[in-house]
Design a protein around this ligand. Structure first.
Ligand SMILES: NC(=O)c1ccc[n+]([C@@H]2O[C@H](COP(=O)([O-])OP(=O)(O)OC[C@H]3O[C@@H](n4cnc5c(N)ncnc54)[C@H](OP(=O)(O)O)[C@@H]3O)[C@@H](O)[C@H]2O)c1
Length: 337
């Protein structure tokens, strides 16, 4: 089978096309014929980072069709369409290859009508967004229709991949959603994702604009850029609110106005999708699966997430597109459906 591999870290030039044997699933494992591989910033960051295996296949997310199951697998069967999460976390085998073997837990059925493009876009962004939306003091710790009724969610960077998932999941759960963006094109995408209100964080007085539509403030802030947004978040987070930080875009060191935050009992909660508890991960997978079944998670420009497809042999270009900050979702076409 064809696979993209790298045996040294560095820029995208380290990625090369190779032939590998088709792997066999062991007990509790599932082999998936990968159709689509999803690319996230974590994939190029890992490729530039430290290599912990002699050879690695990149990309955490993907979607495809089950083509073999090992002993003891009960939740999926040959022929099922599925999405995959964290394929390359702590393992040398990501989704940029024609077949991947994974523990059954990381192979989730896709309902009829949900595309493999959607499936390959879920893992990292949707599971991260779910965690950010479920760390508030007093809950909810699960997302479902009504779970966030009466809450206001502020999504920083609503046109990003995680931001898009956060908007869609928060809307599904009943929240009032405010998103920030850097310009009019991204504003249109955040609205298409479902944001009720969109504020340009680069112009005017974003804190006043957010307060105008959410006078009580935001109960949950889904934050991609905690350093540049520290003052804004302090100005607009509601009493007992949480700032859920999932990235360090714009700087790794944060200066906080302690008094403004402590008087409102605001909490900062840091999120790394890979290291959340197993219970939190299981909850996220189950709720994202339910959201997909309800048709509440979508991809494409009409859902605020334009898709960019690259053939497998151009996985390096796909990585470069993500690294250069392309707007939307980058997908690698591994094989025809
Ligand atoms: N902790 C985790 O588990 C986890 C999971 C997934 C992703 N991440 C990290 O999260 C980051 C985003 O990932 P992604 O896939 O969503 O990337 P993406 O699609 O490129 O989105 C990044 C977004 O951040 C926005 N942004 C940057 N600075 C901002 C600011 N000061 N205020 C508001 N928005 C701002 C950008 O919008 P503008 O360009 O318009 O500002 C862009 O829309 C990456 O660093 C990634 O590594 C972490």
């Amino acid at each position: 089978m064809r696979a993209i591999v790298y045996s040294q870290t560095g820029d995208s030039g380290v990625l090369r096309l190779a032939e590998r044997p088709v792997p066999e699933p062991g007990p509790g494992e599932v082999r998936v014929r990968v159709v689509r591989s999803g690319v996230n910033p974590t994939d190029w960051k890992a490729r530039r980072g430290a290599l912990s295996h002699a050879e690695a296949v990149p990309n955490q997310d993907g979607a495809g069709i089950v083509d073999a199951t090992g002993p003891g697998v009960t939740g999926v069967a040959r022929g099922d369409r599925v999405w995959l999460w964290e394929a390359a976390w702590g393992r040398p085998d990501g989704t940029a290859q024609e077949h991947v073997v994974l523990p059954e837990r990381q192979v989730v059925p896709l309902p009829d009508g949900a595309s493999l493009d959607l499936g390959a876009s879920l893992g990292i962004p949707a599971l991260t967004a779910h965690r950010c939306l479920t760390v508030a003091d007093g809950g909810p710790d699960r997302l479902a229709p009504g779970a966030l009724d009466g809450r206001t969610v502020l999504v920083a960077g609503g046109a990003g991949a995680v931001g898009n998932a956060a908007i869609q999941l928060a809307r599904w759960a009943g929240a009032t959603v405010v998103a920030t963006v850097s310009g009019p094109e991204k504003a249109a995408l955040a609205r298409a994702a479902g944001a009720h209100h969109v504020v340009n964080y680069r112009t005017g007085d974003p804190a006043a604009e957010i307060r105008a539509v959410a006078p009580e403030g935001a109960d949950i802030v889904v934050e991609v850029a905690p350093a540049p947004n520290a003052a804004l978040d302090a100005a607009v987070t509601a009493p007992q609110g949480v700032v859920a930080v999932y990235a360090n875009n714009g700087g790794d060191e944060v200066t906080l106005p302690v008094r403004a935050l402590l008087t409102r009992n605001v909490r900062y909660h840091f999120v790394l999708v890979y290291t959340v508890t197993a219970a939190a991960k299981d909850a996220a997978v189950a709720d994202v699966r339910a959201a997909v079944e309800a048709g509440a998670l979508r991809v494409g420009e009409e859902a605020g997430l334009p898709l960019h497809h690259f053939p497998l042999e151009r996985t390096a270009d796909a990585h470069d597109a993500v690294e250069s900050g392309v707007v939307g979702k980058v997908l690698v076409d591994v094989a025809p459906e």
